[in-house]
Design a protein around this ligand. Structure first.
Ligand code: AMP
Ligand code: FE
Ligand code: ZN
Ligand code: FE
Length: 286
């Protein structure tokens, strides 16, 4: 049984449409795939409609949140949310707000770059991103590739969008404990995404993970391409102490990243535990 619980589609910053994602997942030999676009459930319906026989679909999202980091500051934390009711008023309001904020923020970034002579037009960029798609740096990266400024999305990030120069503007984020509570109220299950992926940026301490577990966090993603062996071992021990569920996943983004579907996987008993706790949505089967 091969289970990949963290994948992106064109509903956020992946390159497979939701329908292509489920077909690619089947082709990759997966038995279960989760669609977890950033801050949106916009791909759920298309993925469900295209679900091929033999593949089960876990509907989820990856919420961008902010947390105390355990060192007196704050940092961005990604929270995987599974099988919550997408019709929950709190969830809908939060997404709409987050998406509006993300559009403003991307417009500011593009305007700053245009002012420095990069061949970009912020209004044109935003006009090309549908309202229900969370606007993000990957869209700006693609525009820079189209304009011939850089050769690839990866190069756009490493050269221009990395956050260590004047172009980066942070995006507004939901407080992580509010996100955990919101998802729980909507019948969903929450899993800390790539929690100790230190090379991605600042991460929360083990003490903060313990505090989040006490606040209702259900699990932690351990087997993730951005976790080295030390991070995996540390998280596994922590999850054991805190009695948290543990998952593994590719964080597939299509051709926006080099990781393939099923590169990391989740144990069947962990998926069962997630399904048992969730009351907001069901795992779908064609
Ligand atoms: P944003 O939320 O707009 O700041 O953009 C963050 C998103 O950009 C992440 O979710 C990744 O999918 C993507 N990303 C971050 N770093 C890179 C990179 N080096 N190469 C390609 N995509 C990246
Ligand atoms: Fe992403
Ligand atoms: Zn993430
Ligand atoms: Fe992700």
């Amino acid at each position: 049984m091969r289970i990949d619980l963290h994948c992106h589609s064109t509903a956020s910053d992946g390159t497979d449409s939701p329908a292509e994602l489920v077909l690619s997942a089947r082709r990759a030999g997966l038995d279960v795939v989760a669609i977890t676009d950033h801050d949106t459930t916009g791909g759920w319906a298309e993925a469900a409609a295209a679900l091929p026989p033999g593949l089960r679909l876990v509907r989820g999202a990856e919420l961008t949140t902010v947390s105390e980091d355990g060192r007196g500051g704050h940092c961005t934390v990604h929270l995987l949310a599974y099988l919550f009711d997408p019709e929950s008023d709190a969830v809908i309001a939060e997404y709409a707000n987050t998406r509006a904020e993300r559009r403003n923020r991307l417009h500011i970034m593009a305007t700053k770059m245009a002012a420095d002579g990069y061949p970009l037009d912020a209004d044109t960029l935003l006009a090309g991103i549908p309202d229900d798609v969370p606007a993000g740096r990957p869209h700006l990266a693609q525009a820079l590739v189209r304009a011939g400024v850089v050769g690839s999305v990866t190069e756009a990030f490493t050269e221009l969008l990395h956050g260590r120069n004047g172009y980066y503007v942070p995006s507004k984020k939901t407080w992580i404990k509010d996100a955990i509570a919101m998802i729980k109220a909507a019948g969903g299950v929450t899993v800390l995404a790539h929690g100790f992926a230190h090379k991605r940026g600042p991460t929360i301490s083990a003490e903060v993970v313990a505090d989040l577990a006490a606040s209702g966090l259900d699990g932690v993603e351990i087997d993730h391409p951005d976790h080295d062996a030390a991070s995996r071992a540390e998280l596994r021990a922590l999850a054991g102490r805190l009695d948290l569920l543990v998952t593994g996943s590719s964080d597939y983004h299509g051709t926006n990243k080099t990781i393939v579907l099923g590169a990391e996987t989740t144990a069947p008993e962990m998926l069962d535990a997630i399904a048992e706790r969730a009351t907001g949505a069901e795992i779908l089967e064609a």
